[in-house]
Design a binder for this molecule. Structure first.
Ligand SMILES: [Zn+2]
Ligand SMILES: [Zn+2]
Length: 129
C-alpha cells in the first residue's frame, strides 16, 4: 500500500478513535480541523484500508456503512432510537448452529444487539404497562 498524506492522516484519525464513522462524518471532522480531504479520496482510501484489514465495517442504524477502528473481535450494541453504536464483548458459550450449518467448525462470531441506550431511556421512558 502506498503511503500518501491523506492515508497517513486517516490512519492517525483511526488510531485515536473508537467510534464508528461514515465517510461523510470523517470528511466533516477533517474539514472542521482545517485539513479537508476530498470525499472521493476519502471513499477510495477507506475502501483500501478495509480491503487491507486496517479498519472494520459495520452497518449503522439507517443501513449506512460505517468504518470501525476497533479490530479486536467484538460485537455491537445499537440503540434503536438514536442509532448510537457501542463496542461490547459477549461471552457466548456455544454458538454451534442447530440444523443447517451444524457441520461447520465455528471460529468466531460477530453479534449485533439492538436496544435502547441509557440516554434514550432517560429522555423517552418506556411506559410500564
Ligand atoms: Zn439512544
Ligand atoms: Zn465496533
Amino acid at each position: 500500500m502506498r503511503t500518501t498524506q491523506p492515508r497517513l492522516r486517516l490512519l492517525h484519525f483511526f488510531s485515536r478513535t473508537d467510534g464508528h464513522f461514515t465517510p461523510e462524518e470523517i470528511a466533516e471532522r477533517f474539514r472542521l480541523a482545517g485539513e479537508p480531504i476530498p470525499i472521493a479520496t476519502l471513499y477510495q482510501n477507506l475502501r483500501v484500508f478495509s480491503d487491507h484489514g486496517l479498519i472494520g465495517e459495520v452497518i449503522g442504524h439507517g443501513g449506512e456503512l460505517r468504518y470501525d477502528a476497533n479490530l479486536t473481535p467484538h460485537s455491537h450494541l445499537r440503540c434503536n432510537r438514536c442509532g448510537v453504536l457501542m463496542d461490547v464483548m459477549l461471552s457466548l458459550p456455544d454458538l454451534q448452529p442447530l440444523g443447517p450449518g451444524q457441520d461447520w467448525q465455528i471460529t468466531g462470531a460477530r453479534v449485533e444487539l439492538q436496544g435502547i441506550c441509557p440516554a434514550c431511556q432517560e429522555a423517552f421512558p418506556i411506559p410500564v404497562l
